[in-house]
Design a protein around this ligand. Structure first.
Ligand code: ATP
Ligand code: MG
Length: 233
């Protein structure tokens, strides 16, 4: 469903991604792992068209999207949750959700605030709460919920577990598994290997913009060499 072929991208004169290839299918959770500065966020930004592809291709459902502007990519049903939680602090939970609303989309789950409140019970208990008065974890949940209001077929999540208390991390993992069950394609960046193991089917390990390892999460768990070389701090 989502396919990156030999993708190269960067900022100004700095090349950050080098012929990076990966794929993710519907109902699959794929984790992009790597240390600080490896190029994880840059990969997601390039897929979303926020950064120009210099070489290679990005395909979504077979269609090339690497020359499309971000809003058109989003309208094809690709949801994106960036690393900074861009909720509207002066709007309530319900109003934040309304901002994300798009028409129902064929082949994608149709989300309503009611359905999202079942998935995120915390949010359901505070529909009138202003975004600015929520905890970091609650804001993170709201950002994801707002993205789901666009009824995406695939979602890109940039470090969804970052800064969350351990109990909230587990809730976040359950949420991602629920999305997988709905048939969504999920591509997420992570530094937290434990979280990656909770949710991931397959992993790509990135270092300096190169894919150094690709395999199942279970295989990675057994591969001490890769973990030590590219992931341990
Ligand atoms: N806007 C930018 N302009 C120039 N260089 C950037 C910009 N954003 C990121 N970089 C550089 O690109 C490289 C990859 O950054 P990226 O944000 O993709 O890393 P990451 O894997 O997401 O790391 P982290 O785990 O810290 O979020 C880094 O060397 C970073 O300094
Ligand atoms: Mg990042």
């Amino acid at each position: 469903m989502l396919e990156l072929r030999a993708l190269s991208a960067g900022y100004g004169r700095a090349q950050i991604l080098f012929e990076l290839s990966l794929e993710a299918k519907p109902g699959e959770v794929v984790v992009l792992l790597g240390r600080n500065g490896a190029g994880k966020s840059t990969t997601l930004k390039t897929v979303m068209g926020l950064l120009r592809t210099r070489a290679g291709e990005v395909r979504f459902d077979g269609q090339r999207i690497d020359r499309l502007p971000p809003y058109r990519i989003a309208r094809l049903g690709l949801g994106y949750v960036p690393e900074d939680r861009r909720i509207f602090t002066d709007l309530s939970v319900m109003e934040n959700l309304e901002v994300g609303r798009q028409e129902p989309r064929a082949g994608a789950p149709h989300w309503t605030p009611e359905r999202l409140f079942a998935l995120f019970p915390n949010l359901g208990r505070m529909p009138e709460r202003l975004g600015g008065r929520m905890s970091g974890g609650e804001q993170q949940m709201l950002t994801i919920a707002r993205t789901l209001m666009g009824n995406p077929r695939a979602v890109l999540l940039d470090e969804p577990s970052e800064g969350l208390a351990p109990v909230i991390v587990d809730q976040m993992a359950q949420t991602i598994l629920a999305l997988k069950k709905e048939g969504l394609c999920v591509l997420l960046c992570e530094q937290n290997l434990r979280f990656a193991h909770l949710v991931g089917d397959r992993a790509y390990v990135v270092e300096k913009g190169h894919v150094r390892y690709a395999g199942t999460m279970a295989e990675l768990e057994k591969n001490d060499a890769v973990r030590e070389q590219y992931l341990s701090v």
